[in-house]
Ligand binder design. Structure first.
Ligand code: PMP
Length: 411
């Protein structure tokens, strides 16, 4: 049995995820679908139960004790996100239902005011559909034009080509921090710095980055950043849009309703201050409150330790997989997170996914919501194994042995 060298307490970590301790199809579950959604930490589930059993009430509008308790806990999560991504202020943190909604908020609200016919929006060839389609819709509404930053065969952004695309027409640069399909870690700091030179607004899709690497929005110097709690050991239905104060203040509301107003009459409405201006209606209160425990879980281990451990898993798995006949990795960037997309000769990804499931191993197959990226590689899809901090080398051994057997059956 292989040993883990990076100093993390895997036993303690796994004890936070009772869901992993089960059999699927008669085999111990091996969960390698973390890029789609990571499992929820027990402390998060406990926080959710505690909220619904003890504190549930609507926030902000009540003066009774339960309303005060839930409002306090909700706003504590805002403070926690502010620390977690090092925003200048807690008011720059807007709760949404996920990265997709965060990006749509920017595309609709910011886009409706700041994009005009002929303006250019730069996105990369690596983007998730949720950082493509909202811009296509915004382009249709405003007459703006989308330009695509090219990539190389390894799945890396071509920085020199990106610089050539930038001009005074560039109004927005929106790229992901880590590609969900390939695991490429993009040089977002440099991308943002170049965008600033032409006065473009910047948006970082940090859905995949937030659980793996330390995010510092002030150091990055981005205008917007989006993330999802469910990829960070937190509950589904909760996301964040970070926006720099000046940019948020200049952006009109996204949706109208309760909470986002100061004063309403039939002759007109004055809007609330940020962040409430962007939080119409009753949010996912319990989910937001429990999300705080997810950030606590990550910070208790520490991003550095998480990244080092996951990198070790990535290298170990890559070495082992490369020994399997017919294995072809898709995406071989120098700087990569713990995601391995691949194909096996003569076995359709879908069949591979099903055969692995029979062995209790959960991987994702298909285009991973990145069809233009699949077109670049001239494939329909891949098999994707993505590792989280609770995964082990022993699980990778079982995964590779299972793959080996499948390959032997098909050869
Ligand atoms: N961007 C990236 C890079 C992603 O991986 C995902 C989720 N697969 C999204 C955006 C969308 O996130 P959500 O479904 O949580 O809104």
């Amino acid at each position: 049995m292989s040993t883990v060298t990076t100093a993390i307490d895997i036993k303690k970590i796994r004890s936070q995820f009772p869901i992993l301790d089960q059999e699927v199809n008669g085999k111990p579950l091996i969960y390698f679908d973390n890029a789609a959604s990571s499992q929820t930490a027990k402390s998060v589930v406990d926080a959710l139960v505690n909220f619904y059993e003890k504190d549930h009430a609507n926030i902000h509008r009540g003066i009774h004790t339960l309303a005060e308790r839930s409002t306090k806990a909700f706003e504590e999560t805002r403070e926690r996100v502010h620390q977690f991504i090092n925003s200048a202020e807690a008011d720059e943190i807007i709760f949404t239902k996920g990265t997709t909604e965060s990006i749509n908020l920017v595309a609709q609200a910011w886009g409706s005011k700041f994009l005009k016919s002929g303006d250019e929006i730069l996105i990369s060839h690596l983007e998730h559909h949720s950082n493509i389609v909202p811009w296509q819709l915004a382009a249709e509404r405003t007459g703006a034009i989308i330009k695509v930053i090219p990539i190389n065969e390894k799945g890396e952004i071509l920085i020199e080509e990106y610089k050539k695309l930038l001009s005074t027409k560039t109004k927005l640069v929106a790229v992901n921090y880590i590609s969900n399909s390939l695991g490429t870690i993009n040089p977002v700091k440099e991308i943002i710095a170049e965008a600033i030179k032409v006065n473009a607004t910047t948006l970082i899709d940090a859905a995949q980055a937030a659980p793996h690497i330390k995010i510092d929005v002030q150091e990055l110097n981005c205008d917007f950043l989006a993330l999802s709690s469910h990829k960070m050991y937190g509950p589904t239905g909760v996301g964040v849009l970070y926006g720099r104060r000046e940019v948020l203040e200049a952006t009109p509301p996204y949706q109208g309703g309760g909470e986002m107003i100061k004063d309403v009459s039939f002759s007109g409405t004055t809007f609330n201050d940020i962040p409430y201006k962007f939080e119409a209606g009753t949010p996912n209160i319990g989910g937001v409150i429990a999300f705080k425990s997810a950030m606590d879980f990550i910070d208790e281990i520490g991003h550095e330790a998480i990244q080092a451990y996951e990198h070790e898993l990535l290298e170990y798995a890559t070495d082992r997989l490369n020994q399997i006949p017919g294995f072809t990795p898709i995406g071989t960037a120098e700087n990569k997170a713990s995601v391995i997309s691949f194909l096996i000769d003569n076995v359709h990804p879908y069949d591979l996914g099903q055969l692995l499931d029979v062995k209790g191993i959960a991987v994702r197959t298909g285009h991973h919501c990145t069809q233009p990226l699949m077109d670049f590689f001239e494939i329909d899809g891949t098999v994707r194994a993505s590792f989280a901090v609770y995964n082990t080398k022993e699980e990778i051994d079982v995964f590779c042995e299972s793959l080996q057997k499948i390959v032997e059956r098909f050869s």
